[in-house]
Write a protein that binds this ligand. Structure first.
Ligand code: SP5
Ligand code: ZN
Length: 369
């Protein structure tokens, strides 16, 4: 009987446009928050290790690409310091030890902030940072929904290593790479965590692409929530175009950024665009925003594309409000592939746990077809 070779696809027999390297964060499970604050009570975390397990199982089942760990000799700390402040990174590295030092019984609890220095003129000082750990946590976090646990730093660091390795694989000429980043990254900024994110994986990868000689990088964020951290990282730059399609911040998290009139600043003016859409938006409307974003990528003459890939736009997502269905994600992947650019995906949100794998793999499969 005639048919395809029975062995798994290998580098030699997979055509260039279908190749995809997948970087797996084997330490992701070390970050396992217990509860997040929601409307005055602690509720079970939505961002759970099983999410990544479903994605991994589905990309394996469909043989989407080689699944590898990031190499151990990456210049990771240097790459992180190009996106985040050293003070913030040192805070993250030491946070768990300091939390436990505050009270040994804290070892059984995750760290959540409860006090914040609102950045309004004359409200609070930021030039005299307190030594108290709870205050420092509030200084570096913008919500109380992002538990910091014993393994958060190790997991986040290794997730960023996946993103960095994925960027290097594109620099070596690969068509596409997928970084299985967990915890996610797109809400994290130069000196802040929040929205389940600690390190901005997509920003680390974008900067690595720039440093590797790619002149113009476009970041097209398709997560349900505005990619506020990524926008902030590149807001005053013209070499990294940041685009985000998301729930309207008038009603949707993260609320305080993501409006349509945020266009960038200084030399970065014109190099940020947002498509806020109302809760309840269905695929056809969402897809016309995607087409506009793709046109912006073309006009920018991007040399590489980065996609913070959240599938919390899914109709069954428990914390979000769009109505995308599983087959729609195939069309998303196809549309992204039409740009013909080296493309790097990072895993962001998506909380309908048992469907996250299918939805993510559909994007990749549509991209590859
Ligand atoms: C990466 C990402 O998708 N982060 C999203 C963070 C959203 N955090 C706030 C979610 C609040 C919604 N809680 C609803 C609880 C319903 N039981
Ligand atoms: Zn999200």
């Amino acid at each position: 009987m005639l048919g395809w070779p029975a062995h798994a696809p290998c580098a030699e027999c997979v055509p260039y446009h279908q190749r995809m390297k997948i970087f797996h964060n084997e330490l992701h499970h070390l970050h396992q928050g217990k509860q997040e604050m929601f409307r005055g009570k602690l509720v079970d975390c939505h961002e759970v290790p099983d999410r990544l397990a479903y994605v991994l199982a589905e990309v394996q089942r469909r043989q989407m690409g080689d699944i590898v760990a990031p190499p151990s000799d990456l210049a990771l700390s240097e790459a992180l310091e190009k996106v985040h402040t050293r003070a913030y990174l040192e805070f993250l590295a030491q946070a768990w030890a300091q939390w436990v030092e505050l009270d040994p019984s804290n070892a059984e609890r995750d760290a959540l902030p409860s006090v914040w220095p609102l950045a309004q003129p004359h409200a609070f000082r930021t030039d005299a940072p307190p030594r108290n750990f709870a205050a420092r946590l509030g200084q570096y976090a913008f919500d109380s929904g992002t538990p910091l646990t014993m393994g958060s730093w190790a997991a986040a660091r290794q997730g960023a290593a996946c993103a960095l390795a994925a960027a290097q694989t594109l620099l070596q000429g690969e068509r596409a790479a997928f970084a299985l980043t967990r915890p996610p990254g797109h809400h994290a900024g130069p000196a802040f965590m929040g929205g389940y994110c600690f390190i901005n994986n997509a920003a680390v990868a974008a900067q690595a692409l720039r440093d590797g000689g790619i002149q113009r990088v476009a970041i097209l964020d398709v997560d349900y929530h505005h990619g506020n951290g990524t926008q902030t990282c590149f807001y005053e730059r013209s070499d990294v175009l940041t685009l985000s399609i998301h729930g309207d911040p008038l009603t949707e998290y993260p609320f305080f950024l993501g409006h349509a009139d945020e266009c960038g600043a200084g030399v970065g003016t014109g190099f940020n665009r947002n498509w806020p859409l109302p809760r309840g938006t269905r695929f056809e409307t969402w897809f016309s925003a995607l087409r506009q974003a793709l046109e912006a990528v073309r006009q920018f003459k991007a040399e590489a594309l980065l996609v913070p890939l959240g599938v919390d736009t899914f109709e069954g997502d428990p914390i979000s409000g769009f109505k995308l269905r599983s087959p729609d994600y195939l069309r998303v992947g196809e549309a992204l592939a039409e740009l013909g650019l080296p493309t790097l995906f990072t895993l962001e949100g998506g909380y309908a746990v048992s469907e996250v794998g299918v939805n993510v793999a559909n994007v990749l499969e549509g991209f590859r077809s």
